[in-house]
Design a protein around this ligand. Structure first.
Ligand code: PLP
Length: 412
């Protein structure tokens, strides 16, 4: 074989990628997009659906569309579409509000399921998770205790007063995957419940909430689920809790009969009681369309591809950029690694800005982490090669030291 006709490892992998067709479902551009873990790419079917909903349903149907276009059931219907991606029953998931509000609601409501008053979380959990707990602490004062411990110490921190453990299944910084089954089992053994934040899991790797006997979960839909900026978040509650849980953010659409306008709150049957206010119809419609893409591809195949992508990336960073002071922070063990790779560098912010100038888009998380997300639905193996090649060049030439890459934007 002539050397010039040899394919690179990445080209070879792209040529044999069983998920190659999935990228055609998305609006692509010339940018090497490695930030699907922050905002997923837009599926082609979304703008069409939005136009339909705007013109045909809102514009032409107005208030009658709550019934005629079944807007009223969107939160549960879209929840049912997310369910198979997270190992839940179709009647165990609803969609609405932000992840933050759902975290607060689920946490506060879980306290009502028993008499224990202690919550344990990971000290390096996503800040909004910690802030929601702080808000709950301000509200309830000394009647509750919130303990933040390193993720690896959570099981040791369980005691006879632990009501709830709140953890992110995949760490937003390092991509470390926690052992959902074991942590849930041990927490149950200690008499507590677990609330899983699936923001970096849903759509990136198969999650088996019911297989792990999970109690509660929340997660956002604009990352790997490609629901669009500000897409509403989901809440999962295991069926065994449906009739026991009394939501704290109780609203009229979680009432058993919203249009009775009853002055007293009576929770709806089932998961619907976790709804609060009017559904985000436009955003839910966009998300609904996005989720249809997942129905055509196998989640286990997506996981296999995601691991191949992150593996190739780690390998290439080490081979080609090892001498420039980068440190791989994400787990080497594929079973413990989510779908992004965190790379530490003292000048990570400036280096990422230099990559972005070359239309290679990842992001940066303080204090020193560059994050490279690999969304298996639309990622190409050649993206890995393009990114590492550009990174090598940026380091070799020292271009990242230019003044224009220094000043920090508000959004990083
Ligand atoms: C992205 C993310 C969120 C986002 O919360 P919003 O209220 O939807 O902005 C929450 N938790 C984790 C772990 C996340 O990764």
């Amino acid at each position: 074989m002539k050397p010039q006709s040899r394919q690179t490892a990445a080209e070879e992998l792209d040529a044999h990628d069983p998920l190659r067709a999935a990228a055609d479902e998305f609006v692509l551009d010339d940018c090497v997009y490695l930030d699907g873990n922050s905002l997923g790419r837009m599926p082609r079917c979304v703008p069409e659906r939005l136009r339909e909903v705007a013109d045909g349903e809102w514009g032409a149907g107005l208030v009658g569309s709550w019934l005629h276009h079944d807007w009223i059931n969107l939160p549960a219907r879209v929840g049912g579409r997310i369910a198979p991606l997270i190992g839940a029953g179709a009647d165990e998931v609803v969609v609405g509000n932000s992840t933050t509000v759902n975290l607060f609601n689920a946490t506060a409501s879980a306290l009502g399921l028993g008499s224990r008053r202690r919550i344990v979380t990971d000290e390096s959990n996503f800040p909004t998770d910690l802030y929601a707990l702080e808000g709950l602490q301000r509200l309830l004062g000394a009647t509750i205790t919130i303990d933040r411990v390193p993720a690896e110490d959570v099981l040791r921190a369980l005691d006879g007063n632990t009501a709830l453990v709140l953890l992110s299944h995949v760490d937003y910084r390092t991509a470390t995957v926690l052992d959902m089954k074991r942590i849930t089992q041990e927490t149950h053994r200690a008499g507590g419940l677990v609330l899983w934040d699936l923001s970096h899991s849903a759509g990136a790797l198969p999650v088996d909430l019911n297989g792990c006997n999970a109690d509660l979960a929340v997660g956002c839909t604009y990352k790997y689920l490609n629901g669009g900026p500000g897409a509403p978040a989901f809440t999962f509650a295991a069926r065994r809790w449906h009739e026991k849980i009394r939501p704290v953010v109780s609203g009229w659409l979680g009432h058993k009969s919203p249009f009775a306008f009853d002055p007293v709150y009576e929770p709806a049957a089932g998961i619907r009681r976790l709804l609060s206010g009017t559904p985000e119809v436009l955003a839910l419609s966009a998300l609904d369309a996005s989720l249809s893409v997942f129905e055509r591809f196998d989640l286990h195949a997506l996981r296999a591809k995601s691991l191949q992508l992150t593996e190739l990336f780690i390998q290439q960073i080490e081979q080609r950029c090892g001498k420039f002071g980068f440190g791989i922070v994400s787990p080497r063990d594929p079973d413990r690694r989510g779908s992004h790779v965190a790379v530490a560098h003292d000048h990570g912010y400036a280096i990422m800005q230099a990559l972005i100038e070359r239309r290679i888009v990842g992001d940066f998380r303080a204090p020193n982490l560059m994050r490279f997300g690999f969304a298996p639905l639309y990622q190409r193996f050649s993206d890995v090669e393009a990114c590492v090649g550009a990174l090598e060049d940026i380091m070799r030439t020292g271009i990242w030291q230019a003044e224009r890459f220094r000043s920090r934007a508000f959004v990083t």
